[in-house]
Design a protein around this ligand. Structure first.
Ligand code: SF4
Length: 346
């Protein structure tokens, strides 16, 4: 796999716009990296290409709104150690590595992603596996980051083995964007490693945001997982200029389902620094989702959800009856456990 890391190198393939040229990396942005595979899917003649918007940074990333921050879900406050987040009683997230083969400009975990920390240490793995072993109420672990498939197959096997040796019953969500960013990473060797861990399910959690990402190479990689019996779920982010159109989302969801990937979540963009240009106002998001639900079957319809700021949990927008304030500047939402939360309308 090869990647592009600099604007100068990117300029040779895409004619960059002034806003793209003006971007600079700072403490609240993620680095620039685009895989050759994903770059090959971008139309170089379209500055508004929805795939380009996801991976080519612009100067808009260098400004933030007052209600944004780099840890909108308060993961640090819910961390057991630098790699283990315990926000919900029955599941934890383990941050395997901060490295991704390609960095999404809308990434919500920009406090960590691409921060040059590398894979978790042996101590962090063992300490986290011990913690999960001592907490039987934890039923699931999300192996996330970063992208855990930047690890070698040997390292993947070692990592999963560390958790499963303490908890053979632990269900695993393997979170990866490789199926979109570099599907050649998914091969029989990886499948054979994962197959060894058959005492509890391993779910593959993907992120496709636009139907054009589902190219033949991605469909081949999906089929490898599905044929081997690993269920796949997709988590999309609703993104302005990428998929804020019911017809585009309908095509994405139907094509995912046909490929044996269940559309699971459509997330409202988190309130993360430098991403306001991607966020679709909630009122419009609700309208898009209502139209989407008329276009696709129940099986193809994801849950439209907000992951609330400060670790307040997820709210299903479709069933939570959000109320817009009179001055149209804030929404009032109710969490499943009855808390009332105010959320910006922009
Ligand atoms: S693949 Fe995930 S962790 Fe990596 S940049 Fe994209 S959203 Fe962030």
């Amino acid at each position: 796999m090869s990647q592009i890391h600099t604007l100068e190198a990117l300029q040779k393939t895409l004619r960059l716009t002034p806003s793209e040229m003006a971007w600079h990396e700072d403490s609240s942005t993620v680095p620039l990296a685009i895989t050759d595979h994903f770059l090959s899917l971008i139309d170089p003649d379209d500055p508004c290409d929805p795939l380009r918007a996801q991976v080519v940074p612009t100067a808009m990333e260098n400004s933030s709104r007052s209600w944004e921050n780099i840890d909108p879900l308060a993961e640090v406050a819910h961390s057991i150690n630098p790699r283990l987040v315990h926000r919900y009683a029955n599941r934890v997230a383990f941050l395997v590595t901060d490295v991704c083969p390609m960095y999404c400009r809308h990434c919500f975990r920009r406090r960590f992603t691409g921060s040059l920390q590398g894979p978790a240490s042996e101590d962090e793995i063992n300490q986290s596996a011990d913690y999960v072993g001592e907490h039987p109420e934890i039923r699931e672990i999300l192996l996330t980051g970063g992208d855990m498939l930047t690890l070698s197959n040997n390292a993947v096997e070692h990592l999963i083995g560390a958790f499963r040796s303490r908890r053979p019953d632990l269900m695993i969500r393997l979170c990866t964007r490789y199926l979109a960013s570099d599907p050649s990473r998914i091969d029989c060797d990886l499948i054979n490693v994962l197959r060894k861990f058959n005492t509890a399910p391993i779910f593959i959690m993907t992120q496709f945001n636009h139907p054009r990402e589902l190219c033949p190479e991605s469909l081949r990689a999906i089929a490898l997982f599905a044929d081997a019996g690993f269920p796949l779920f997709n988590q999309s982010v609703l993104l302005h200029g990428v998929n804020d159109d019911p017809e585009v989302l309908a095509k994405l969801c139907e094509n995912l389902l046909a490929a044996r990937v269940k559309p699971y979540y459509l997330f409202q963009g988190d309130l993360v620094s430098g991403t306001s240009h991607f966020r679709v106002p909630l009122e419009r998001g609700i309208d898009i989702f209502r139209k989407l639900s008329q276009l696709v079957s129940g099986l193809a319809l994801p849950v439209y959800a907000i992951d609330l700021p400060n670790g307040m949990g997820k709210v299903n927008i479709g069933t939570s009856d959000p109320v817009l304030d009179e001055d149209h500047s804030r929404w009032t939402l109710k969490t499943p456990d009855g808390h009332v939360v105010s959320y910006p309308a922009e």
